[in-house]
Design a protein around this ligand. Structure first.
Ligand code: NAP
Length: 453
C-alpha cells in the first residue's frame, strides 16, 4: 500500500486525491489541512451568494469520504509549531503540496497601508467566516469605495459591497458580516482597471451579474471605452463579450440617484491619499480618503503608458484586488519571482533535478489563475507523475498509521467526524437565527464544535 499525504483540502488537493485513488487501488491518501474545515477556497473564497459554485462541495465531499481517503484537519505544515516538511517525508511515501496562493500581491504605491485600505482577500476572508479574519470595521463611515483591479475577485467584492439583505440572508454568510453589509451607508463603488475593457480579467458571466443586481445602477463612461479603438470583432470571444456588455451599459440611460457601481478603465493607481484630518470617524482622520490615479492610454502591445494626467477618486474604503501570491513553505524550494514551487510535470525540482516523493498541484504549482475546473487536469498530471514513481517510492519504510505518529508528536488531527460535527453546529446556529446554515467564524467555536460528538 502506497501512503500519500496531500497538503490542502481545496479543489486541487481533492482532485489530486481523487485522481490517485481512482487510478490505483493500492494507494491510500491522507488529506491534511491546517483548518478543521475542508474545501479551501470553495469554502473560504467563493462568494456566499454564488451558491451554484459552492455546491461543488458536494463532489469534493465525495472524494474526502472515499474509503481510501482520510481528512485530517487542524494540522499545520511548516512554520512555527507546524509539522516540518522533513517529518512528513518520514511519515508518508509521497507528499503532494496543494497549498494554493495564501497571500496577495502588493500595489507598491504610497499610502497602501493607510487604515481603510485592505487587500480584497482580507475582506473576502471576513465575509467568508475564515477563522483568521478579523472584523476590521471595513464599512464604518464608508460612503464611497474603490476596488482596484478588474478580475473576478474584484467583481465578487464589488457585488458583495452592494448586495441587499434579501439576497444575503438566505446564504451561509456569518451573522456579523450580514448585519454590517446590509446596514452600510455605502452609495458608490468604483471598480478600476489600469488597462482597457479588452484586457479585463473578469469573465462575462460574472460581469453580467453586476447589471442584474436589484436597485443598483451600473455606469460605464463611454469616453473611457473610446480610448481603446479596438474593433470587438477582432477580439477572442471571451474578451469580445466583455466589451459588448460594457458598451451596452455605456449606452444605457443613467438611473436617477441611488446606489451605483462605476466601472472605470485606463486609470492606474499611483497613491492612496489620507482623509483630511478630523473628517473621519477615528480621531485624527488619518485613514484613506481617496485614490490618486494616473490616466493611461493603450500602447500597441496590450499594455498602457501614463499620460501625466491625474484623477482623485474619493474612497473611505479601498480594496486592492490585484491577484494572489504563493507563499514559501519552510523546507520546500520556492521561486520568489513567480510565487510557485519549481516542478516538472508536478515533481518538485530540488537543486535542478526532480525530487522523488515530493509533488505540487494547483496554484502553488502553476500560479493563481484559472477557474476551479482548471485544477482537474493540473491535479491529474501530478497524480500520474507520482504513480509513475510509485515502485521506487514504495521501498521507503513508513509507519503503518501516520496518525499515531502525529499524536505522539503532540498533533491531534480533527477527523472527518469532527468536520461533520461542525456542519451540525452551523445548521443549528442557522436554525436559531431563523436562517439556513450559518458559518461559524472563530477558532474556538470551530474547534469546540469539532470536539463535540
Ligand atoms: P486576476 O484575474 O489575476 O486579476 C487581477 C487584476 O488586478 C487584473 O485586472 C490586473 O490588471 C490587476 N492588477 C494587477 N496588478 C495591478 C496593479 N499594480 N495596479 C492595478 N491593477 C493591477 O486575479 P483575481 O481577480 O484575484 O482572480 C484570481 C483567479 O481566481 C482568477 O483566475 C479568477 O478568474 C479566479 N476567480 C474566479 C471566480 C469565479 O469564477 N467566479 C471568482 C473569483 C476568482 P492587469 O491585467 O493589467 O495586470
Amino acid at each position: 500500500m502506497l501512503r500519500v499525504a496531500v497538503i490542502g483540502s481545496g479543489p486541487s488537493g481533492c482532485y489530486t486525491a481523487q485522481s490517485l485513488v481512482q487510478s490505483d487501488p493500492g494507494v491510500r491518501v491522507d488529506v491534511l489541512d491546517r483548518l478543521p474545515c475542508p474545501y479551501g477556497l470553495v469554502r473560504y473564497g467563493v462568494a456566499p451568494d454564488h451558491e451554484k459554485i459552492k455546491s461543488l462541495q458536494v463532489s469534493l465531499r465525495g472524494v474526502l469520504e472515499h474509503e481510501r481517503v482520510r481528512f485530517l484537519g487542524g494540522v499545520r505544515v511548516g512554520g512555527p509549531g507546524g509539522l516540518p516538511v522533513e517529518r512528513l517525508r518520514e511519515l508518508y511515501h509521497a507528499v503532494v503540496y496543494c497549498v494554493g496562493a495564501a497571500t496577495d500581491r502588493r500595489l507598491g504605491v504610497p499610502g497602501e497601508d493607510l487604515p481603510g485600505s485592505w487587500s480584497a482577500t482580507e475582506f473576502v476572508s471576513w465575509y467568508s467566516a475564515h477563522p483568521d479574519a478579523a472584523d476590521s470595521g471595513f464599512l464604518r463611515g464608508v460612503r464611497s469605495a474603490v476596488v482596484i483591479g478588474v478580475g473576478n475577485v474584484a467583481v465578487d467584492v464589488t457585488r458583495m459591497l452592494v448586495r441587499g439583505a434579501a439576497e444575503l440572508r438566505p446564504t451561509d454568510i456569518p451573522q456579523a458580516a450580514l448585519d454590517t453589509l446590509t446596514a452600510s451607508g455605502i452609495d458608490e463603488v468604483h471598480m478600476v482597471g489600469r488597462r482597457g475593457p479588452a484586457q479585463a480579467r473578469f469573465t462575462t458571466k460574472e460581469l453580467r451579474e453586476l447589471g442584474a443586481l436589484p436597485g443598483i445602477d451600473v455606469r460605464v463612461d463611454p469616453g473611457e471605452l473610446a480610448l481603446d479603438p479596438v474593433d470587438p470583432a477582432t477580439l477572442p470571444p471571451a474578451q469580445r463579450r466583455n466589451v459588448e456588455v460594457l458598451r451596452g451599459w455605456a449606452a444605457a440611460p443613467q438611473a436617477p440617484a441611488g446606489r451605483r457601481i462605476d466601472l472605470r478603465f485606463f486609470l492606474r493607481p499611483v497613491a492612496l491619499l489620507p482623509e483630511a484630518p478630523g473628517t473621519g470617524p477615528e480621531p485624527g482622520g488619518e485613514r484613506v480618503g481617496a485614490v490618486r490615479f494616473e490616466r493611461t492610454v493603450p500602447d500597441e502591445h496590450g499594455g498602457v503608458t501614463g499620460t501625466g494626467r491625474f484623477e482623485d477618486v474619493p474612497a473611505q474604503l479601498v480594496l486592492r484586488s490585484v491577484g494572489y501570491r504563493g507563499v514559501a513553505l519552510d523546507g520546500l524550494p520556492f521561486d520568489a519571482s513567480t510565487g510557485t514551487v519549481p516542478h516538472v510535470a508536478g515533481r518538485v525540482v530540488r537543486d535542478g533535478v526532480p525530487s522523488p516523493g515530493e509533488y505540487v498541484a494547483g496554484w502553488i504549482k502553476r500560479g493563481p489563475t484559472g477557474v476551479i475546473g482548471t485544477n482537474r487536469p493540473c491535479a491529474k498530471e501530478t497524480a500520474l507523475s507520482l504513480l509513475a514513481d510509485a515502485a521506487t517510492l514504495a521501498r521507503a519504510d513508513v509507519p503503518a498509521d501516520p496518525v499515531a505518529a502525529l499524536r505522539a508528536g503532540g498533533i491531534d488531527p480533527v477527523p472527518w467526524s469532527g468536520w461533520l460535527s461542525i456542519e451540525r453546529a452551523e445548521a443549528a446556529l442557522g436554525a436559531d437565527l431563523g436562517r439556513s446554515v450559518v458559518k461559524l467564524a472563530d477558532w474556538d467555536t470551530l474547534l469546540g464544535a469539532a470536539r463535540t460528538p
